[in-house]
Design a binder for this molecule. Structure first.
Ligand code: DC
Length: 222
């Protein structure tokens, strides 16, 4: 069954830009499915860390990505029957995910899994290359961004709320390093897709950002 008629809202942006929250709320409001593509890179990273896979071994990492024993149940991320929703959010896992995401074969191994999320009545896809590579014909493309300081503040709050310890200084440095790696990699770098609406949320609430996306969606899907 071709899926090209099923609407996709692609929401891309840097880490801690608020895209997860915004994408979730938009999906809830519209009753659409939700793809957290970053979780797939994080799952691959978590498996690599646990197995002690050499992070320079692209082939071994791509094999892990290709056979990810994962499922998404409600809001939970499951890896081989284990609920790893919190484990994949650790900073070490995010940093490792960003490192392995530079490998073309790892990215390629995750394409089919991501395309499989496009199901009726629609999909909100959250990531870095949703509008540029995975769903280039998405009906709505959004590039959500915010200043490094605003993003570090949000990530700090998220971590503290979840009971993790965090240092603002380390977070700022990590965010900057991760931004550099994500924007400068040769394949699928983090850039606004052609035709994307760019939304700077530094001084916006999540609800304001959600409303902006819903308006773009309403005018695209008439
Ligand atoms: O969105 P996130 O922080 O959960 O993503 C973790 C890392 O995965 C991010 O630093 C880069 C990578 N990633 C990617 O390269 N492409 C995506 N579509 C999603 C995430």
């Amino acid at each position: 069954m071709p899926t090209s008629h099923i609407p996709v809202i692609a929401i891309d942006g840097p880490t801690a830009s608020g895209k997860g929250t915004v994408a979730h709320r938009v999906a809830d409001k519209l009753g659409y499915h939700y793809l957290d593509s970053g979780a797939l890179y994080r799952l691959t990273a978590l498996m690599a860390i646990r197995r002690g896979t050499d992070l320079a071994d692209e082939h071994a990492l791509a094999k892990l990505a290709e056979h990810l024993p994962c499922s998404f149940v409600g809001g939970d991320v499951i890896l081989s029957q284990e609920n790893v929703s919190d484990a994949i959010r650790a900073e070490e896992v995010g940093n490792t995910a960003s490192k392995i995401a530079v490998y073309p074969t790892v990215r390629h191994a995750l394409i089919g899994l991501q395309l499989g999320f496009r199901k009726a009545p629609g999909l909100v896809a959250d990531g870095r290359d949703m509008g540029s590579v995975i769903f280039p014909h998405a009906q709505v493309k959004v590039f959500l961004t915010a200043s490094v300081a605003a993003r570090a503040g949000r990530r700090y709050k998220q971590l503290i709320d979840k009971g993790f310890s965090a240092s603002m200084e380390d977070l700022l440095m990590d965010l900057q390093a991760r931004d550099d790696r994500d924007t400068q990699r040769a394949i699928a770098p983090l850039l606004p897709a052609e035709g994307a609406h760019v939304l700077d949320t530094s001084d916006m609430t999540a609800d304001e950002a959600v409303d902006a996306v819903l308006k773009w969606h309403a005018s695209a899907i008439k």
